[in-house]
Design a protein around this ligand. Structure first.
Ligand SMILES: Cc1ncc(C[n+]2csc(CCOP(=O)(O)OP(=O)(O)O)c2C)c(N)n1
Length: 724
């Protein structure tokens, strides 16, 4: 096992980390290394003193270089203690401690602007810019955000947690400063090698390089990983530097190997030797960036604070567009993170939830298990991830079918159009992606997949409120933007059994795209259907209460054989899979006051709401549509039979499922009024998922109160007792 001390020494001993251009000696300050080595095993014994003395970047500048390793150690200590309790991004922040200290010692934030791409690695920046006292509240309701946040600090410039945007922001800021005559302000963008795989970053690089006189400093934080090792040609290119594979060594290798290869060996070696310059170009990253027109500095050891400072000063004083290549170790200083193969503890769960209570099955895991089973039966099914293999549940599928899984990097747009290509080539791609990140690839879904009626299945994990990661991580948009895509069908499972069923139905559809959305967290209790309304499941009806079952996932998936073209709606019981069973129809008993339609896990919430309403004497039919687009036209007659239609969804209300139901009823001159419940069209603050859903009224108690009030307004005679 590598300890923190060993790791520190290993990094400092690596010759590549202190290149000649830097004119520094990695062991120049013996106190520095000694201090690191003497860091007590139980760091809690050491009072947090240096860090407390830093209330902003100016204080940081007063510290001597010899004090900085201790400061770094204190920061790591605080990160480990706090994040293991609150949850959050641990590995990325442990890796940027020295880099962030150096940034704030060299640049004059907030006059100079420091932008963190994605923003998940900004915790150290928060600690150094006056937020130590609130750090314990990170990611909790009312506490500080897990990402940069303008309301928190003048040092936070951008808030987005979607990757690969920082260089475009930087380009725009530098243009603005130039136009305003403030061209002496530096704009610094810190971007990981993972985020650098996003196409938007390259669009920005192209523009930044086009105006080399603007003061844009691009700091590439190269730890070789996104969640997992970063993939692709660029990553391979950067890796050549990380492992110190100098071109001379490669030439030696080629010389020894090829000259022993009969016939082709020696001539090929001569040829390669003749193009030595070309080979050098291939193996040195500065060429890649300098060919674009960017000044390149590096590589520099990202855990040698003085070396990073030196490089950043040179970059700042250069006065134009420059790229500083910094090599770091994700999780640095914490062996549990550094050695964690899955993701270097990229994001950890709060201590309170990790391992607490009876084991519950995450939605992601149910999806992963079912896809694995489907993979065994369907050799045409392939999986695509945008740098999130483990988080999207593809681990087992990748292990079983390594040739049928494609990690494309943080490149959602490419993921979708590449899926279109796979589908054109006869495969059925399953694009596993967090709902919020699909937003990026809307045009690709619309034009590259749907226009071509291609069988691509989008599996949208973390749909609806996600919670602690805040506004930009909530998957509350897909249910609206996908509504406008012709021919795309959307399914939302209420429990594990339905997730397995609907995934099978989705991959059985061959004439257009499908999307399956489910939330963050663990699966809801099983809710058996008591009947059918067209293709939809009836979960309870007046006098026939349904309820949650045993909570055990059942593998009840069955293939679907239909290929109904998906419009806004489809004829009752005809079209989508599952429409062949017992319509409740005329056998339905009287007392049909409210038709309550719950999307996905909201079906369970609706069932509980119905119980409360029944106590008020209000008869409720609870329906889970399963496929929420296209709508089942059985809804039209069902709506006519009820006095009020209510929809509940974990998605923005504008343009979502509820709006689609209202449009269907209007189009068919149904007079029954409808109420739609969902998330307000706002950027919701971070907090616990359950807390946020409660804030927005998506609880049985609140819904029952609202629905009772609506019923009373229309038919006061129905409600006899006090309101819920
Ligand atoms: C558009 C988008 N897709 C996916 C993600 C999820 N995500 C968050 S951090 C991350 C990896 C980032 O890697 P890198 O930029 O190298 O930073 P590191 O964590 O290694 O410091 C990913 C894929 C995201 N934030 N944005």
């Amino acid at each position: 096992m590598i300890t923190f001390h060993d790791a520190a020494v290993m990094v400092h001993d690596a010759t590549v980390m202190c290149p000649a251009w830097l004119e520094c000696d990695p062991a120049a300050d013996p106190n520095t290394l000694d201090q690191v080595r003497s860091w007590p095993a139980t760091t809690r014994e050491r009072p947090v003193s240096l860090l407390e003395s830093v209330s902003g970047p100016l204080d940081l500048k007063d510290l001597s270089p010899g004090e900085l390793p201790l400061l770094a150690a204190e920061i790591r200590d605080l990160l480990i203690q706090t994040i293991s309790r609150t949850g959050g991004h641990l590995g990325p922040n442990l890796g940027v401690v020295e880099l962030t200290i150096a940034l704030h010692r060299v640049f004059e934030s907030p006059a100079d602007r420091i932008l963190f791409d994605t923003g998940h690695q900004s915790y150290v920046h928060k600690l150094l810019t006056g937020r130590q006292d609130r750090f314990a509240t990170i990611r909790q309701r009312g506490g500080i955000s897990g990402y940069p946040n303008q309301a928190e600090s003048e040092h936070d410039v951008i808030e987005n947690s979607h990757a690969s945007t920082s260089l475009s922001y930087a380009d725009g800021l530098a243009k603005a400063y130039q136009l305003r005559g403030e061209g002496n302000r530096s704009v610094v963008a810190v971007i990981g090698d993972g985020a650098l795989t996003g196409g938007m970053a390259w669009e920005a690089l192209n523009n930044i390089a086009g105006a080399p006189d603007r003061r844009v400093v691009i700091v590439v934080n190269d730890n070789g990983r996104s969640y997992q090792p970063t993939i692709g040609g660029l990553a391979d290119h950067l890796a050549t530097v990380r492992v110190s594979q100098r071109y001379e060594q490669v030439l030696d290798y080629i010389k020894t190997t090829l000259s022993h290869t009969p016939l082709v060996g020696p001539p090929l070696y001569e040829t390669l030797h003749g193009i030595k310059k070309g080979l050098k170009d291939v193996l040195q990253p500065q060429v890649l960036f300098e060919d674009l027109g960017l000044k390149y500095l590096g590589p520099v050891d990202g855990h040698d604070e003085q070396a990073v400072e030196h490089a950043l000063r040179r970059a700042r004083d250069f006065g134009g567009a420059v790229l500083v290549h910094v090599i770091t170790t994700k999780g640095f200083g914490y062996p549990l993170a550094e050695e964690n193969e899955e993701d270097c503890l990229h994001q950890v769960q709060p201590a309170a939830t990790a391992g607490a209570g009876p084991a519950k099955v995450p939605w992601t895991q149910v999806f992963g298990a079912e896809l694995l089973a489907i993979g065994a039966q369907r050799p045409d099914v392939v999986a695509i991830t945008a740098a999130m293999l483990h988080p999207t549940g593809l681990t087992k599928f990748a292990a079983a079918y390594p040739d049928r899984v494609f990690d494309v990097g943080i490149a959602e747009q490419h993921a979708v159009t590449s899926a279109a290509g796979l589908a054109l080539g006869g495969m059925h791609p399953v694009v596993a992606i967090y709902a919020t990140f699909l937003n990026r690839a809307f045009d690709q879904v619309l034009m590259d997949v749907a226009l071509h009626k291609l069988p691509v299945t989008f599996v949208l994990d973390r749909a609806g409120v996600t919670g602690p990661d805040g506004a930009s991580h909530n998957g509350m948009w897909d249910g609206s933007i996908l509504q406008v895509v012709p021919g795309l069908r959307i399914a939302a499972p209420r429990d594990a059994t339905r997730l397995a069923e609907l995934l099978r139905e989705a991959v059985a559809i061959g004439d257009g795209p499908t999307a399956l959305r489910f939330p963050r967290g663990t699966v809801s209790a099983e809710i058996p259907a008591i009947g059918k309304l067209g293709t939809m499941d009836v979960l309870s009806a007046p006098g026939r209460q349904g309820g949650a079952g045993d909570g055990q996932p059942r593998n009840a998936g069955r293939p679907a054989g239909d290929s109904h073209p998906a419009g806004d709606s489809h004829p009752a019981g005809n079209g989508l899979p599952g429409g062949d069973t017992h319509p409740l129809g005329d056998t339905h008993p009287a007392g049909e006051d409210v038709l309550l339609i719950g999307v996905g896990p909201m079906a369970g919430v609706c069932l509980q709401t119905a119980g409360r309403l029944a106590d008020q004497g209000i008869g409720v039919t609870v329906v889970d549509p399963r496929w929420v687009k296209p709508l089942d036209e059985a809804l039209i007659e069902a709506a006519r039979r009820h006095r009020l239609v209510v929809t509940v969804e974990d998605n923005g209300r504008s343009g979502g499922f509820g709006d689609a139901v209202c449009r269907l009823l209007r189009d068919h001159d149904v007079d029954t009024p409808a109420k739609t419940f969902g998330l307000p069209q706002q950027f919701l603050q971070h907090g616990d998922r359950a807390e946020i859903l409660a804030d927005e009224g998506l609880t049985p108690q609140h819904l029952a109160r609202e629905i009772t009030a609506a019923v009373v307004r229309r038919t006061p005679e129905l409600v006899h007792g006090p309101h819920a």
